[in-house]
Design a protein around this ligand. Structure first.
Ligand SMILES: [Fe+2]
Ligand SMILES: [Fe+2]
Length: 201
């Protein structure tokens, strides 16, 4: 332990207030490597939706692939397609607020309008079924003056609510993996980015 940081490169503090610049260089190096695996971890989590039908005509992974495939074939850009692919990734942990989970994962990497679309798609998707559950299908109208209303309404209309067709030939997850890698390699917005990194991102 000549360098005072122990084999394996670990910080030496027992309370964060004791931490040194050297400690944080070690942690930063670990997190730089760990962060490179983010896209793979996200994709692994998305695979948890495989076989999860929940009574729907297609399972949640196929719904995700179909939403993304429809957006891609309609000429949407890569960031939009990745948002489409991941919009329901929160179904596993956010049973009562699944759009919030996807939005939290995507927030550092996507534009404000795409983030808003993902974060609010649950209310907008309700336009197509809330009436069957005794809910207000026009719940989305609370956002009628929002500049992103049309974007979110269009996402649900053209891609999300249409993506339950067992006959549709979706692209496989592997098709989207490079897109996810690219989008997750360029954070634009995070409290952990220094100003110079933000400017170059
Ligand atoms: Fe959803
Ligand atoms: Fe969906």
């Amino acid at each position: 332990m000549a360098d005072g940081h122990g084999a394996g490169g670990q910080a030496q503090f027992r309370e964060m207030m004791e931490g040194t610049k050297e400690d944080w260089e070690i942690i930063s190096e670990h997190s730089r490597i760990f962060n490179k695996g983010l896209a793979k971890r996200v994709l692994d989590h998305l695979r948890l939706l495989d076989g999860d039908f929940g009574g729907f005509p297609v399972d949640r992974l196929e719904h995700s692939l179909q939403t993304a495939t429809r957006a891609h074939r309609d000429g949407r850009d890569e960031e939009y397609v990745v948002c489409a692919l991941l919009h329901d990734i929160g179904d596993t942990l956010g049973s009562m607020n699944h759009p919030d989970v996807a939005a939290a994962i995507l927030k550092p990497f996507v534009s404000e309008e795409n983030l808003w679309m993902v974060a609010n798609h649950g209310v907008f998707q309700g336009y197509y079924f809330f009436e069957h559950l005794g809910l207000d299908r026009n719940m989305r109208d609370q956002f009628k003056d929002n500049p992103h209303f049309q974007r979110c309404a269009e996402f649900c209309h053209k891609y999300d609510q249409k993506a339950f067709d067992p006959e549709y030939q979706s692209e496989p997850l592997e098709f989207f993996e490079p897109m996810v890698e690219r989008v997750f390699s360029k954070p634009k917005n995070s409290i952990y980015l220094r100003k110079t990194e933000e400017a170059s991102a």
